[in-house]
Write a protein of this length. Structure first.
Length: 352
């Protein structure tokens, strides 16, 4: 690769944390992910949530029905862990190939998480069965104790919940999703096995000043919320390091503008349309374009025990031509604005 490459060809990327929603929103946002990604771990926090194998099978059917003609995209389904989850149902769903992971939401931590876990002793048997069968647990890593500052909730979760949980179930494979802190980065780096972490596109770009300084910018509001600049820099260093324990999970989370622009606005950034151009710019700025493929296309499959995609995607030098908003039957959805114009655009892709 030259010092100033004009093209980058990657194995087709995967998205290891994606919100596709349902119904009208699903039909509007799915084509963007299907155009650029081979597979995606699909989040189960619908209303009602995807709790059982039957729920996952039905949701998978709706996703496949909404795919554009000719799309080569595989939704990887997850189950929403509750205190009433049936370990046998989880194991059967895994054995059949229906699900790829189980998702842990601490109750009240984020969008549609009211059905999540408050008493972790009540899910111990499910976690032990998951460890036995090698099924990963995807973790939204924040405590919900109102006494804990929102900017400290990830670091406290590691100490209070995650580290004790992993000690109780040492064989459990865990993905720390959308890490946002230097503490998250260091925790992953301190453990060689059974632990990985996804990093979002937007947390590589924004810090908390982007949300609050000079006026409130609700389209930058997400959960976990963006932190101080020192944490953003730690995430960039981790993502671009080549360390296989870190991989892409966009947490692309569409909400209509009316849902975002209200006194109690929804959390989430819609990044599916422009993630790859933004990432190419971030990695180029960090002198790490040769590591972009690992982060987007290789590290995630390796953690999940899946082959890398056979297809490829090519980014070429030149600004992307992407909409600032997309229209849905529920209302407009604003695309994440990184605050700069990337020097890369997706120019072609192949499915085989």
């Amino acid at each position: 690769m030259t010092d100033t490459p004009q093209q980058i060809t990657l194995r087709k990327p995967d998205d290891w944390h994606l919100h596709l929603r349902d119904d009208n929103m699903l039909r509007a946002v799915l084509p963007w992910s299907a155009a650029y990604f081979g597979r995606a771990i699909v989040m189960p926090n619908l209303v009602p949530p995807v709790v059982t194998a039957a729920d996952a099978e039905a949701y998978r059917g709706r996703i496949l029905a909404a795919l554009p003609a000719g799309a080569d995209f595989q939704p990887l389904m997850t189950l929403y862990l509750t205190e009433d989850t049936d370990a046998d149902d989880v194991a059967a769903a895994h054995e059949s190939g229906l699900i790829t992971a189980v998702k842990l939401y601490p109750a009240g931590a984020t969008t549609n998480s009211a059905s999540g876990v408050s008493d972790f002793s009540r899910v111990q048997s499910v976690l032990e069965r998951m460890a036995e069968i090698g099924l990963p647990l995807c973790v939204h890593g924040e405590v919900t104790d109102p006494a804990i500052d929102i900017f400290d909730r990830e670091a406290v979760f590691i100490d209070r919940v995650l580290d004790p949980l992993r000690a109780r179930v040492p064989g459990l494979r865990v993905v720390m999703e959308h890490i946002t802190t230097s503490q998250g980065v260091e925790y992953v780096k301190a453990h060689e096995t059974n632990l990985g972490a996804t990093i979002t596109t937007h947390h590589l770009v924004i810090n908390r000043n982007h949300i609050l300084a000079g006026g409130i910018r609700p389209h930058y509001y997400c959960l976990p919320v963006a932190k101080r600049e020192e944490h953003r820099l730690a995430l960039r260093a981790a993502a671009t390091s080549g360390d296989a324990r870190f991989f892409l999970g966009t947490d692309s989370a569409p909400h209509t503008d009316p849902a975002k622009l209200q006194p109690c606005g929804c959390a989430g950034c819609f990044t599916a349309p422009n993630t790859l151009p933004i990432l190419a710019q971030v990695f180029e700025d960090e002198g790490a374009l040769d590591r972009l493929e690992g982060f987007t296309s290789l590290n995630g499959p390796a953690f999940y025990g899946l082959p890398a995609n056979e297809g490829t995607i090519t980014l070429s030098r030149g600004a992307p031509d992407l909409p600032a908003q997309i229209d849905t039957d529920d209302g407009p959805v604003t695309v994440f604005d990184p605050g700069f114009t990337p020097s890369w655009h997706v120019s072609s892709h192949s499915s085989c």
